[in-house]
Design a protein around this ligand. Structure first.
Ligand code: GBH
Length: 456
């Protein structure tokens, strides 16, 4: 029933932030420009079979050169905020050592241009583009990477004035489990212990970076982290499916929310992963660091997961990837799917928000830092308009139920490099013709502009 309602003007509190989001590797291109070093995605993209059609972020949207046009598109959209990410390998081509001013200057110009249109920058420090030099020293498997991340965060903070919102990490689940256990994202590893170490060191990196940002924070600056949240629903009525859904919920959601918001790892962590890892990478004091209060939590929501029990694909736990937890995801009958086959269940967004507030009484204010719809690129994108309208209605419901949601960022401003799916999957409000780099606002761009205009 919520699906048909357009949330009314009173549904969002005064000052609610309307925005859209991108990330560096997905839009910038110019991978060899101004001294940028290679990231794990440059290297992973060259691995045969890693990315659809052998694509990479090398061309992307050429945003590194065309950013003035993209800022004009943001201004035309009427957003009050823009979430962008900084490419670590532009700032530290080798991961550490000497910062390259040219990389920092690019983001300085961009932030200044946003201010020129009264658009508030939300800056993500890590959206998956680890410098390859650090991967060669162990990547997120080793604690040193967390420390280098904190140094990088401090360097960016020093260089960029006028950024009121800092997001340390985007989706540590993807960086650790999808990258180091499932192997579908860079660096393409399929590990057990290493992937769980990566998940832990990402959280430690968040804690160290957040500490450095706070120590130097200018008046009113806010520090948060973005998690991808997918409610995990049992596929069938059996106790086995219920247990599988709970394991999936641990892997995707709780191993990140509980240390960050509750200062403890979930109780069932050892039961689910115990044979895979001895957790020897944990140190005293880590949880205190990780759970330092957040000024806000970023939530990315796309769809819920329907989980069924399944046999392990690798019976020997010593050889098992951390992704191999006896769960298979299934497509339920009923809910419609997006142009990419992703299930459309707006209620999952409301449940995510109300569930977070119920489980974590001290929950900080929440920003929905990503939500969006993927298809093959039609500019008369009614599917995207419906998706956005329904998810905004679900957001309004969570707000009505008392969840402190402060803003919403549509993913994404532009069609862009959709990771392992290459350029075929498109999430933009603006169509990009990669042959000419022509930008064409889609129906959803005009719809979102009007929606924002009616909810200021
Ligand atoms: C977000 O991840 C990312 O932050 C953003 O960069 C990305 O562009 C956006 O989603 C859209 O995907 O390939 O169909 O098997 C969200 C978490 C994890 C969701 C990987 C998609 C792969 C589904 N994503 N998952 S599929």
């Amino acid at each position: 029933a919520t699906e048909e309602r357009d949330p009314g003007a009173g549904a969002f509190p005064a000052g609610f932030v309307w925005g859209t989001a991108t990330s560096a590797y997905q839009i910038e291109g110019a991978v060899d420009e101004d001294g940028r070093g290679p990231s794990i995605w440059d290297v992973f993209s060259r691995t045969p079979g890693a990315v659809a059609a052998g694509e990479s972020g090398a061309p992307a949207c050429d945003h590194y050169r065309r950013w003035p046009e993209d800022v004009a598109l943001l201004a035309g959209l009427g957003v009050g905020a823009y979430r962008l990410s900084v490419a670590w390998p532009r700032v530290f081509p080798e991961g550490d050592g000497r910062a390259d001013r040219r990389g920092l200057d690019f983001y300085r110009r961009l932030v200044d241009a946003l201010h020129g249109h009264d658009i508030v920058p939300f800056v993500t420090l890590y959206h998956w583009d680890l410098p390859q030099a650090l991967e060669e020293r162990g990547g997120w498997r080793v604690r040193d990477t967390a420390e280098r991340f904190a140094d990088y965060a401090a360097a960016v903070h020093e260089a960029l004035d006028g950024v009121p919102y800092w997001i340390t990490l985007n989706e540590p689940y993807c960086s650790s489990i999808v990258g180091y256990a499932e192997g579908r994202h860079a660096p393409g590893a399929r590990e057990g212990h290493g992937a769980l170490a990566a998940a832990h060191h990402l959280l430690v990196g968040h804690g160290l970076a957040a500490g450095r940002l706070r120590e130097r924070a200018r008046q009113g600056e806010q520090v948060g982290v973005t998690l991808n949240m997918s409610p995990s629903v049992p596929a069938g009525p059996s106790a086995e499916d219920a247990a599988a859904a709970r394991r999936m919920d641990l892997m995707v959601n709780r191993q990140f929310t509980e240390p960050l918001l509750g200062a403890a790892y979930p109780e069932d962590m050892s039961e689910v992963y115990g044979e895979i890892s001895d957790f020897s990478f944990r140190r005293d004091g880590d949880l205190a660091l990780v759970s330092a209060p957040l000024d806000f939590l970023g939530v990315n929501y796309y769809y819920p997961i329907h989980a069924a029990a399944a046999p392990y694909t690798q019976p020997d736990p010593a050889l098992r990837s951390a992704f191999d937890i006896g769960v298979r995801t299934v497509a339920p009958d009923g809910p419609p799917t997006s142009g990419l086959g992703w299930r459309i269940e707006p209620r999952g967004l409301r449940d995510t928000l109300t569930g977070l507030a119920a489980r974590h009484p001290g929950l900080p204010p929440v920003f929905i830092t990503e939500n969006g719809y993927g298809d093959r690129g039609e500019t008369d994108d009614t599917g995207r308009v419906d998706y956005l309208r329904e998810h905004l209605a679900a957001t309004a419901e969570a707000i009505a139920e008392g969840v402190d949601v402060r803003g919403y960022f549509c993913w994404s401003l532009l069609d862009n490099f959709e990771w392992a799916r290459g350029y075929d999957a498109r999430f933009g409000l603006v169509h990009v013709d990669y042959a000419t780099q022509a930008r064409t606002p889609k129906a959803s761009y005009h719809w979102y502009r009007d929606f924002i205009g009616g909810h200021m």
